[in-house]
Design a protein around this ligand. Structure first.
Ligand code: SF4
Length: 574
C-alpha cells in the first residue's frame, strides 16, 4: 500500500498564530485564560491546553476582571463590545481572513447592501459575520434556499471561509440568475481551497482510500471527508490514529492522508506512523521483520549505543592512544542505560507524541529495564580495573542522568533563584549532549597524555554531532512540544532559528575540526567531516517539510551514525 500525505495538511496560518499566542501567554502567566467557545475545532489540542490553564466558556457571565481570548472564528460585534467593556484583558485571535470578511460586510452594509453569506447556518464564524450586516442578511447553505432571499436595491455575496468552492460557485450562479448585478466576494480561505484541491488531485492520482484527520465538528475537515465519499473512495474521518484498523486497509493500493486546518502536526505524524505500521503488518514477512528490527534498534537506542562504542574508539585512535576496548564497552553500555531510563521516565510525553514508540517501549519494558540495570553493573565491573576517579565520574553522570527527569529534581530546579540555571536545565538536549561528550570522548582521554588540540577537536566534534542530532529530531516535534509545554530549543527560539543555529554549528565545528586535524598532520581523520556535512544538509533540506513519518525521519537522522560506524570499520578503528 502506498501512503501519501497531502501537501497542505495541518495547522493553517490563522490556527497556528492563535495557538502560538495562547501558548506563549500560558507559559508566561500563572492565571487561567478563558476562551469564548472552543479555541479551535480540535478536541485533542484544546484538552491539552485546558490542562495548561485555558478554560473554555460558553457565556460571558464570569469574565469580569479575567483574561479572555476570542477564537479564530471570531464572535458577534455585540459580544466583542461586551468583552472589551468587562474583561481585564482580551486577546483577539480572530483570523485575519475572517476579520477581512467582517470588514467587507461592515463596509457594504454601511452603504445599504443586503448581505448574503454562503455558509452553514449555525457555524460560529457565520454567526459572527451576520452581526456585521446592518442592512439585512441571509445565510444560504443550499441552492434550495435561494428563493428565500428578499429583494433589495443591492446584494452583497460573501462566503464562510471554510466553504466548498464548487458549492459556492453553484449558489452564486443561482443567486445571479435571480439578482443580476450582484457584488460577489469569494472569501473562501486559500488554505481551505488548497486542501480540497489536494483531495481532488489525490483521487485523480489513483488514491483509493482517503484518511481525513481532524475534529468531527470542524467544518473544513467534514467537507474533506464529504469530498472523499462523493468521489467514491473509501473514506475515514478520524480524530486520532486509534480509530484506524488493520482490516480496513487490506485491499487498499494507495491511501491519501489529509488533515483539517486545526489538526496539529503530532496527530498527523501519529496517523502516518499507524498507517505504516498497518502496512508493515499486512506485508510479506521478509519486509515486515527487517523493518521491525530496524524500528526496535532505533527506538530502543541500540543504534546510538553501538555508535558510542565506535566514538570512544575513534577519539582514542585520533589522540594516538591504543584503543581501550573496555572503555569503548563502558561508553556503549552507559549510553544504552541512560537512554533507556530516560525513555521510561518520559513515557507521558511519548504517549501523546508518538504512541507507536510508546507501545514498543511498553511491550519491551521487561527486557529493556533489566538490560539497562545489567549494563550499569557490567560497566562497574569493567571500570573496577581502571583508575577510581573514572568510575566515580561515570557513576555521578549515571546518577544525574537517572534523576534528571524526575519530578523531584524538576521541582527543586524551579526553586533555584538564578534564571539562567533554570533555562539551562530546561534545555535538556544541551545537557544530554554534554553528558554524551564527557562519557564517550572526554573521560576515555583524561589522564592518558592526550594533547590539548586533540582534546578540543574531538570534544567539539562529538558534542556538535550529538547536539545537532537532537536539534534535528526536536525540530519536527516542535509543534507538539509547544502545545504540550515541553521545553526544547526549537520551542524556545523557533524552528527556523534552530535551523540557522544548526547550520552555524556545522560550519564552525567543521572549520575548527579541519584546522586542528591538518595541524596535527593526520588528514585521514578529515573523512569524518562527512558526518558534519551530512547533518548540515539535513538542516538545510529536511526540516523545511512540515510533517514526516517519524520512523523514516529518525532513520534518516541516525543514518549519520551508520556512516560514522562504517568509516571507523573501513579505517580499522574499533
Ligand atoms: S482556515 Fe483560513 S480563515 Fe480559517 S482560521 Fe485558517 S487561515 Fe483563517
Amino acid at each position: 500500500m502506498k501512503i501519501e500525505l497531502a501537501c497542505h495538511s495541518g495547522f493553517c496560518m490563522g490556527v497556528r498564530d492563535a495557538i502560538l499566542r495562547i501558548v506563549r501567554e500560558l507559559n508566561h502567566s500563572d492565571d487561567e485564560i478563558l476562551v469564548y467557545g472552543p479555541l479551535i475545532h480540535n478536541p485533542q489540542t484544546t484538552q491539552i491546553l485546558e490542562t495548561r490553564g485555558l478554560r473554555t466558556v460558553h457565556d460571558l457571565d464570569g469574565i469580569a476582571g479575567k483574561t479572555i481570548a476570542i477564537r479564530t472564528h471570531g464572535i458577534t460585534a455585540d459580544k466583542l463590545r461586551e468583552i472589551k467593556g468587562r474583561a481585564a484583558r482580551y486577546y483577539n485571535l480572530t483570523c485575519p481572513k475572517v476579520s477581512r470578511v467582517q470588514g467587507i460586510i461592515r463596509k457594504y452594509s454601511g452603504m445599504g447592501y443586503y448581505t448574503i453569506i454562503v455558509g452553514d447556518h449555525d457555524h460560529a464564524e457565520v454567526l459572527g459575520l451576520k452581526s456585521y450586516a446592518q442592512a439585512g442578511v441571509s445565510v444560504i447553505s443550499d441552492v434550495q434556499e435561494i428563493p428565500l432571499i428578499p429583494p433589495a436595491a443591492n446584494h452583497l455575496v460573501v462566503s464562510q471561509t471554510t466553504q466548498d468552492a464548487d458549492r459556492f460557485d453553484e449558489i452564486v450562479t443561482g443567486i445571479q440568475a435571480r439578482f443580476p448585478g450582484l457584488t460577489v466576494f469569494n472569501t473562501i480561505c486559500e488554505s481551505t481551497h488548497n486542501r480540497q484541491s489536494d483531495v481532488t488531485e489525490g483521487v485523480k492520482g489513483g488514491a483509493d482510500a482517503l484518511v481525513v484527520v481532524g475534529g468531527r465538528k470542524s467544518a473544513n475537515t467534514q467537507r474533506l471527508a464529504q469530498m472523499g465519499r462523493e468521489y467514491g473512495v473509501k473514506t475515514f474521518h478520524i480524530e486520532t490514529e486509534e480509530e484506524l484498523l488493520h482490516a480496513d486497509f487490506r485491499n487498499v493500493r494507495k491511501v491519501l492522508v489529509t488533515a483539517g486546518a486545526s489538526t496539529p502536526g503530532w496527530i498527523i505524524n501519529n496517523v502516518m506512523e499507524r498507517l505504516y505500521d498497518i502496512n508493515f503488518r499486512n506485508s510479506f514477512f521478509l519486509v515486515n521483520i527487517p523493518i521491525r528490527l530496524l524500528q526496535f534498534m532505533l527506538r530502543t537506542n541500540i543504534f546510538s549505543a553501538v555508535t558510542a562504542y565506535f566514538i570512544t574508539a575513534f577519539v582514542q585512535s585520533y589522540a594516538g592512544l591504543v584503543p581501550d576496548r573496555g572503555l569503548c564497552l563502558v561508553s556503549m553500555l552507559y549510553i544504552f542505560s541512560m537512554y533507556t531510563v530516560n525513555n521510561f521516565l518520559e513515557m507521558q510525553w511519548l504517549l501523546v507524541r508518538n504512541p507507536v514508540k510508546y507501545a514498543l517501549l511498553k511491550r519491551s519494558r521487561y527486557l529493556l529495564l533489566p538490560m539497562a540495570a545489567l549494563s550499569l553493573a557490567v560497566s562497574g565491573l569493567v571500570l573496577s580495573s581502571h583508575p577510581w576517579w573514572i568510575g566515580a565520574v561515570y557513576g555521578v553522570s549515571a546518577l544525574l542522568g537517572c534523576v534528571y527527569s524526575t519530578g523531584l529534581i524538576k521541582k527543586a530546579v524551579q526553586l533555584v533563584p538564578v534564571r539562567l540555571a533554570r533555562l539551562v536545565y530546561s534545555e535538556k538536549n544541551i545537557i544530554s549532549s554534554v553528558g554524551w561528550t564527557i562519557a564517550v570522548a572526554l573521560l576515555p582521554l583524561l589522564g592518558r597524555g592526550a594533547q590539548a588540540p586533540a582534546m578540543i577537536a574531538l570534544n567539539a566534534f562529538v558534542f556538535s554531532m550529538i547536539l545537532l542530532r537532537y536539534l534535528l529530531l526536536d525540530i519536527i516535534a516542535s509543534q507538539g512540544d509547544l502545545i504540550l509545554g515541553r521545553q526544547t530549543l526549537p520551542v524556545t527560539i523557533g524552528p527556523r532559528q534552530t535551523q540557522r543555529l544548526g547550520a552555524i554549528i556545522v560550519v564552525a565545528t567543521s572549520l575548527l575540526y579541519a584546522a586542528l586535524v591538518l595541524a596535527r598532520g593526520a588528514p585521514i581523520y578529515l573523512y569524518f567531516l562527512v558526518n558534519l556535512v551530512y547533518l548540515g544538509i539535513l538542516f538545510v533540506r529536511f526540516p523545511s517539510k512540515s510533517y514526516f513519518f517519524a520512523l523514516k525521519y529518525e532513520f534518516i537522522v541516525d543514518f549519520n551514525f551508520v556512516v560514522f560506524v562504517a568509516l571507523c570499520l573501513a579505517l580499522g578503528i574499533y
